[in-house]
Each structure stands twice: as structure tokens, then as C-alpha cells.
Design a protein around this ligand. Structure first.
Ligand code: SF4
Length: 443
């Protein structure tokens, strides 16, 4: 019986290379040697055949992969529960963002692993790789945060501060975003501190596994097998040639807990039409690749950005709404700046001066005492009195505040509070945005 490592490798070959099954059938021994799989030709062919079985419990790959993915997903979810956040607002922002993205794009609803994290860290400025499908349109590499004594002290201070102001949920923050983790020669040292302070090894996705295979092997094997599964080490496949180089450099067993993400043009996957992949006529999915609704900390620049995902469009080509960017010099100023940004931007509650706007693509129709909000693949029906229905008809994608709604309707006090309560429900369902007035024009 073939091992998980072998089954996984054969499945990856079929995902990355549409000609793989044909090539395997015509010259089985050569192909198996090329991908370092040591099983009988007949068994390999039988496994490949079974990988198209629709009943996933009978499918040799999905029968193992799905329970694994479920276990890892539950582990990640447990790190994002309410008691892992200091701030109720940051917790709610992650959940509301998820609801909104499901309202804005029907394909997101198909992913049961979509989550929005409160913080990420970048240990470089820009990226050396230049993938043509880069959803963030990352600029070229222009700076690295090296592990000097001074920088190590700042890094540890920032991690302690992140844990203090966000809570244990800070441990979900990857140490890359629009960057390549292994551009930084000291990545592993920073990850060791992260593990010591936050108690977990963060997700690592590299697009250059073939650049220094020995380094990646050492990184993977520095963890126990059980740790590797939860550390979510992933390799992005840029090209078919790179894929086969990786197949020859790494044995199936060395990558048995490392996920491969097929991003090469021939693969079965489709890109997010965001950033550099956002071209006329391109085929892809119309949602952001960003999994951040919170703080993006760049250690090289010593900057913090607060941002939330958006459907990629002319206003938000990389699928990110940037609220503000501030700078810090030490742990204290990091804490002050991060707290200020979270206080101003991350609120679950609608404030009087917040700009309220229908989520991307959402329309609303009113009929009698009913208002029906329609998203990409879902609806929300709200009922209310005349004032509520009138307030709903003032909502557009251009923004209006509760104060202005109250002024136009000539209401305040209890009536306005009633309208706020209903708007709050629509907001939590993901059909209505709230943008702090101060940041409304910034995008
Ligand atoms: S996709 Fe990742 S590795 Fe590729 S250019 Fe963008 S940030 Fe760099």
C-alpha cells in the first residue's frame, strides 16, 4: 500500500501538470524516477485512476487530505476564538469581514477555510521573486530586516506588544505578506523568537523552494512531524519547470507535511484577479488574496498599516483598503501606534459619524415594511417601520453617516438608536460597511 507521501506527490503532479497522467502511462518508470516515487508502475497507474473518484472518501488523496485539513482548520479556528482576543472589536472585525466577503463574492462561500487574521508581519520591504500572478503587485526587494542585536530586541518587543494588545490570537500572524519569507537570510531566527514568545510556529509560504533546498529542508526538519502539520509550510509553484526541479530536489517524505500550491499557468488552480493578475480577459476568481483585517507590521520600514480586504477593482486593485499608515521606533511607540489604529479603525459598532455604505455589489430593494439586501449569492431581509425603510433607501455605495440620515429624516434619540440597531445587524451580516469618517477618502 502506497504511503501518504507518495499519494500526495502523485496528486500534486496531476494538479500541476495536465499531461502528467499521459506521460506516466507512456513511460511509467522514467516518470516515477523523475518524481522520486518508488512504487510499482501498476500501482502508480491505479492510484492515478482513483484520484478522479468523485466520492472523496473513496479517493486515495482526499480520503487522507480532508481529515487532515479539517484537523488543521479546527486548530487554527481555536486560535481565533473570542477568548484569544483582548479586544472584542478585533474579534468581531474578523468575523464581520468574513461575512462581508461571502456576501460580496459567491466563490468565497465555497471555502470553509476562509479566515481573516488580526495581524501580519513583514521582515523585508518588497519581494525578489516577481511572480506574474502576484495578487499584491509586490514591488522589487528594497530592504531587509536583519537579525542584529538591536533588531532582535525590537522584534521581541513588538511580539510581546502584539500579544498584549491583540491577545493570543496574535499567534495567527504570518511573518510574510507581500514578501517572500526566505528573502530574509535570518527568517529562521525571527521564527524561533516568534515561537518562544507566542508559542507557535506561524504559517510559511515560499515561492522559491528550489533556490536553496538545503535551507528549506533544514527549516522543515527542525520541527517534529506533528509540528510540521500545524506550522502550515507551503510551497507556491510558479512554473512547471520549477515544480519538476522541486520534485527532483525533495523526496516525497521530505515534503509529506508541506502543502504545494499550484500557481503555474497550466495548473488546475485559478488566480485571484488581483494585483498583477488583474489583466483584461484573464481567467480567475474575483476576490482578494488578502487574509488580513487588521495590522500589517513592516519591520524594515518600522511601519504599521491598518487594512481590510476588498473585492479587487479600480479603486482597490490589490484587493486591500488601506486606512492609515503610521511609523514606530521602539516597543512603546509600536504599542501606542497599534492601539491608536485599532481604536480608530477596528470597531464592531457603528458610530454616528461613520460612513455607511453598501458592501461591494450589494443592492437593496424596499417594499412596504420590508428591505431586501441582495449580495452575490445571498440575501438578507429586514423589516422595520417607515423611518427604517426610509433610512435604508438612503444607503448607496457612496456612503452616508447615521448623523446625516437622522438630519435628513429629522429624527434623533430613540428613533435614531432604533435605526442604528438595525444597521448594526445588516453590518454584522456583511451587507453594509462602516468606514470611520476620518479614513473614508483614503483608499
Ligand atoms: S506572490 Fe509572493 S513571492 Fe510572488 S512576487 Fe508576490 S509576494 Fe513575492
Amino acid at each position: 500500500m502506497a504511503s501518504w507521501a507518495v499519494i500526495k506527490r502523485l496528486y500534486e503532479c496531476t494538479s500541476v501538470d495536465p499531461d502528467f497522467a499521459r506521460d506516466l502511462a507512456s513511460d511509467t518508470r522514467t516518470v516515477l524516477e523523475r518524481i522520486r516515487v518508488d512504487i510499482e508502475a501498476d500501482e502508480a497507474m491505479e492510484l492515478i485512476g482513483k484520484m478522479s473518484i468523485a466520492d472523496r472518501s473513496e479517493n486515495p488523496y482526499f480520503g487522507i487530505y480532508l481529515p487532515k485539513a479539517k484537523r488543521i482548520g479546527e486548530e487554527t479556528d481555536s486560535r481565533l476564538e473570542r477568548d484569544k482576543y483582548v479586544s472584542r472589536d478585533m474579534y468581531e472585525v474578523g468575523r464581520i469581514t468574513r461575512n462581508r466577503m461571502c456576501v460580496e463574492n459567491r466563490l468565497i462561500r465555497l471555502h470553509n477555510n476562509i479566515r481573516y487574521f488580526p495581524i501580519v508581519f513583514e521582515l523585508a520591504r518588497g519581494c525578489s521573486v516577481g511572480c506574474p500572478f502576484c495578487g499584491f503587485d509586490a514591488p522589487g526587494l528594497s530592504g531587509l530586516f536583519r537579525y542584529t542585536d538591536e533588531n532582535a530586541a525590537l522584534w521581541k518587543g513588538v511580539l510581546h506588544a502584539a500579544k498584549e494588545i491583540i491577545g493570543e490570537a496574535a499567534v495567527t500572524g504570518a511573518c510574510y505578506f507581500a514578501t517572500e519569507p526566505f528573502d530574509n537570510p535570518d527568517y529562521e531566527l525571527f521564527i524561533k523568537d516568534y515561537h518562544d514568545i507566542l508559542g507557535h510556529i506561524p504559517q510559511t509560504t515560499t515561492a522559491v523552494a528550489e533556490r536553496d533546498p538545503g535551507r528549506l529542508k533544514a527549516f522543515i526538519s527542525s520541527m517534529e512531524k506533528s509540528e510540521q502539520e500545524n506550522a502550515a509550510i507551503r510551497i507556491s509553484i510558479r512554473t512547471k519547470e520549477q515544480f519538476y526541479k522541486i520534485m527532483s530536489e525533495f523526496s516525497p517524505e521530505e515534503l509529506e507535511e508541506t502543502e504545494l500550491l499550484p500557481n503555474n499557468p497550466e495548473s488546475v488552480n485559478r488566480y485571484s484577479l488581483s494585483g498583477r493578475a488583474r489583466q483584461d480577459g484573464a481567467d480567475g476568481v474575483g476576490y482578494s488574496i488578502s487574509c488580513l483585517a487588521g495590522l500589517r507590521v513592516n519591520m524594515t520600514e518600522k511601519s504599521i498599516v491598518y487594512e481590510e480586504p476588498e473585492i479587487p477593482c479600480d479603486d482597490f486593485p490589490t484587493g486591500e483598503r488601506i486606512y492609515d499608515k503610521v511609523f514606530f521606533t521602539d516597543e512603546r511607540s509600536f504599542k501606542e501606534a497599534a492601539n491608536r489604529l485599532m481604536g480608530e479603525c477596528a470597531s464592531a459598532e457603528i458610530k454616528n459619524d461613520d460612513m455607511l455604505l453598501l458592501s461591494h455589489g450589494v443592492s437593496v430593494k424596499t417594499d412596504g415594511n420590508k428591505a431586501v439586501f441582495t449580495g452575490d449569492a445571498s440575501e438578507l431581509t429586514m423589516t422595520g417601520d417607515n423611518m427604517f425603510i426610509k433610512s435604508v433607501s438612503m444607503l448607496t455605495q457612496n456612503g452616508i453617516s447615521l448623523t446625516e440620515i437622522g438630519d435628513r429624516l429629522g429624527v434623533s434619540g430613540f428613533v435614531l438608536e432604533m435605526i442604528r440597531g438595525k444597521m448594526q445587524m445588516i453590518h454584522k451580516g456583511g451587507y453594509l460597511r462602516r468606514i470611520p469618517e476620518k479614513y473614508f477618502k483614503i483608499s
